[in-house]
Design a protein around this ligand. Structure first.
Ligand code: ZN
Length: 66
């Protein structure tokens, strides 16, 4: 699912106020600064720190197992 690029531009990480980018393949919004990953549900970015996933080594391991 694609998102409006203008929407991505106005979004900012609620945690560090950093710039974010949309990763279409993973359907996540990733903060370029702190690396928090925000889910996109039904085409709507969920910009909530409590919903975000922190980048961890174990998530990389999980991806390798898939
Ligand atoms: Zn951030």
């Amino acid at each position: 699912m694609s998102l409006d690029p203008e929407l991505i531009e106005i979004l900012a990480c609620p945690d560090c106020k950093g710039e974010v980018e949309y990763r279409e393949a993973e359907s996540v919004i990733v903060c370029k600064k702190c690396g928090l990953r925000y889910p996109v549900r039904d085409g709507i970015p969920v910009m909530l720190v409590e919903e975000a996933e922190r980048p961890r080594e174990e998530s990389v391991e999980r991806r390798e197992q898939e």
